[in-house]
Design a protein around this ligand. Structure first.
Ligand SMILES: [Zn+2]
Length: 490
């Protein structure tokens, strides 16, 4: 009898558990070129749901999708000094094409600020051409030596938003608004209790004035940067001469932003919610929200399948993503394990006796089974899926709080980052920040911040406190006026 072999237990080897789950749940597989992966249909369906939700939010906030080319002249990347320095080590460059050496090498886009900046310098003439609110869904290449599906890959899928504005205030508001969109998505769709904040100067995006971020905690206590929104000031506007004539008839440089969220968020969902049985997917993003497993013998097959298909139709009519597992070659037990591995939130078990009694068994991926009236089941599901979504978020938030320590002592700080987040004061000196990384392998993840107007709030009182203190490592006067989040990160 075929049996589903489970993933390596998390407690034994979290890293191996992650790789096992990705393979076994058929999310992705390794491709022939190191650093690249194949996203399989189940993984891609998850990505499509992420895209659909975010795309709607981008459009609601006034953005339009466009597409810019994969190849970028090398000279473009060199125009913004910090930008080229930051990206050079990861660039893939095309030097030959069509059987000839190219006059100018072409970078395979690592991100599109430069090419969009170049086009804006042609498109933007007057204040009437502003703001520019663009987004593109695409792939980018940043060379990696080690592959970790969805977390570290040379080529990855993401969206990159790019906007240009007439004023600094407007561009900063946009930066905050899009972080708000990401935080809302992470918390209310991916069920990730993310901490919104600003990156330290050492950790910001190459070319940005400042970078805002949202940081999630994985089940091994490490941090995952789940999305970033950058205020670019006039850095790219100056590099690409993006100017406009303002209402006062003066020629001015525009103010730009960029913001991105990649398939890393899939890694975040896996490592925040998964358990020893496999994935646990948030209902709002799960490719399948309810799976029906009919249980029958030859003589009861027709009756059971009829009832299963009727239930499936009812659930579909309610807008629920449902699948009936009619595979004859597998036992019900195999199917139960298989769908648990794939993280489907609810499973309906339907056998001949259930059909006769007008009942069905509903099993939650978070544990627990109940026998329900078959006729009433479908109508109960929207509320149950909502409760599942909420429970998943609460569980992750409790975990994060339990693994976050407020500390003023460097030894305690070292213990804290070994198992989770440390909230500590820091002097703001990049050299001291670097020393912390060398001594503890932890980096500054975020200076917690809030933008109430854009829905960016903290979900833990400890992250809201503002006060003065001394650097946890060097004892000098702290910068930032609050404790910042340190952690080992993916
Ligand atoms: Zn210090």
């Amino acid at each position: 009898m075929a049996k589903v072999k489970g993933p390596t237990p998390q407690s034994q080897d979290f890293s191996q558990w992650y790789l096992d789950v990705i393979q076994m749940a058929e999310l992705a597989d390794y491709a022939p070129v190191r650093g690249t992966i194949v996203v399989r249909p189940y993984g891609y369906a998850l990505w499509e749901n992420i895209q659909r939700v975010l795309d709607e939010k981008f459009k609601e906030t006034g953005h339009q999708n466009a597409y810019f080319p994969l190849f970028i002249p090398m000279s473009f990347l060199q125009k913004e000094a910090e930008h080229v320095e930051g990206f050079s080590p990861e660039l893939a460059v095309v030097t030959h094409a069509g059987g000839e050496e190219l006059e100018e090498p072409l970078a395979v886009r690592p991100t599109s600020e430069t090419i969009i900046g170049y086009m804006w310098s042609k498109w933007i003439r007057s204040w009437r051409d502003l703001p520019q609110l663009l987004n593109q869904w695409n792939n980018v290449v940043r060379w990696e030596m080690r592959t970790r599906p969805f977390l570290r890959t040379s080529e990855f899928l993401w969206q990159e938003g790019h906007t240009a504005h007439a004023t600094k205030e407007e561009a900063e508001a946009e930066t905050a608004r899009m972080l708000g969109v990401y935080v809302d998505f992470a918390r209310n769709f991916a069920a990730l209790p993310v901490i919104p904040g600003q990156k330290t100067a050492r950790e910001k995006f190459a070319g940005a004035v400042y970078t805002t971020t949202m940081e999630a905690m994985m089940k091994d206590g490490r941090a995952l940067q789940a999305g970033t929104s950058h205020f670019l000031g006039q850095n790219f506007a100056r590099a690409f001469e993006i100017t406009f004539q303002d209402k006062d008839l003066k020629e001015k440089h525009v103010w730009t932003t960029s913001w991105g969220l990649s398939w890393r968020i899939i890694g975040g969902i896996i490592m925040t919610h998964g358990d020893d049985k496999g994935l646990v997917l948030p209902p709002k993003l799960a490719p399948i929200q309810v799976v029906i497993v009919p249980i029958y013998k030859a003589e009861t097959k027709a009756r059971v399948l009829d009832a299963a298909r009727a239930l499936e139709a009812e659930l579909k009519a309610l807008g629920i993503r449902v699948h009936t597992d009619e595979r004859d070659q597998y036992t019900p037990g195999f199917k139960f394990n298989d769908w648990e591995l794939k993280g489907v939130p609810y499973r309906v078990e339907l056998g001949p006796r259930d059909v006769e009694a007008g009942t069905a068994v509903l099993a939650s991926r978070l544990g627990g089974k109940e026998s329900l009236d078959l006729k009433a089941l479908a109508a109960l599901m929207p509320e149950k899926l909502e409760a599942f979504q909420q429970a998943l978020f609460e569980r992750a938030l409790d975990f994060r709080k339990a693994h976050t320590r407020v500390t003023d002592d460097y030894e305690a700080f070292k213990d804290a980052v070994a198992e989770g987040f440390a909230l500590a004061y820091h002097c703001g000196d990049a050299a001291c920040e670097k020393a912390i990384q060398e001594e503890t392998r932890a980096t500054a993840r975020a200076i917690p911040l809030e933008f109430p107007a854009f829905g960016v709030l903290q979900d833990d009182e400890a992250l809201k406190e503002t006060s003065e203190g001394r650097c946890v490592r060097c004892g000098r006067e702290a910068a930032y006026g609050r404790r910042i989040v340190f952690a080992r990160a993916y």
